[in-house]
Design a protein around this ligand. Sequence first.
Ligand SMILES: [Zn+2]
Length: 272
Amino acid sequence: MPELPEVQTTLNGIKKFILNKRIKKCDVYVKKLRWELQKDLSTRINNAKITDIRRKAKYIILCGENFYLLFHLGMTGTLRIAKKNNELKKHDHFEIEINKKCLLRFNDPRKFGMIYCSHSWKSLSERFFLNIGPEPLSNNFSSEYLFSISRNKNVAIKTLLMNAKNVAGIGNIYASEALFVAKIRPQKKSKKLSKNNCKNLVRAIKSVLKKAIEKGGSSINDYINADGRSGYFQYDFKVYGRTSLPCHICQSNILQIKINQRSSFYCRNCQK
Ligand SMILES: [Zn+2]
């Protein structure tokens, strides 16, 4: 599932191709993704100019003259730039023609993604963003904030981090990685976090996400040239998916457990 760095990298990659360009044509090849698509979707955005492109949590929003077009990549969605003479691929569900050469295409094999158009930012926010916590890379996500929301919470810290109400867009992969960097066990009860734990954890989250975005930034050009293979970045995970492999720091085996039904990875020796 794409997490925040993958979404930000997608945005960074498509931005230069579509910003300040006019939508020449829009084609919809599917009735329903996670939800049914609006029937008048293409007429709502036809011939309008894209004046901004934003990310909010894991949503990408194309903003234009009198429209906001929101995408969510769901489990398997990708947005990519294609050349106009590239044939449609299997699971290409939606495309916008930008100019004679270039198209923006949405592909989603499992169809958990979302495309929604609104005429106002306010109604879009009320519909999608009301229950989303601060952006992890913003100053609003601070150690004081994490300390305050973790008081009296019995849930595992990893579960707290993966709840978008607390902080936006941190999924299983980067929660696991950040907890390793901060030397905190993923199953530790949130209320047991010290102020120092919170400081280390907030710092670790920001650094892990920034590094992943930088890595993604260098692979996005290949991804566009290669016409549509996104995949995950070659971020070298320290614990995620490394069950029974030696910890990079102490060489003990990385352990795998389930927390809130999600696979979680940690080093018993390095994380307390
Ligand atoms: Zn270790």
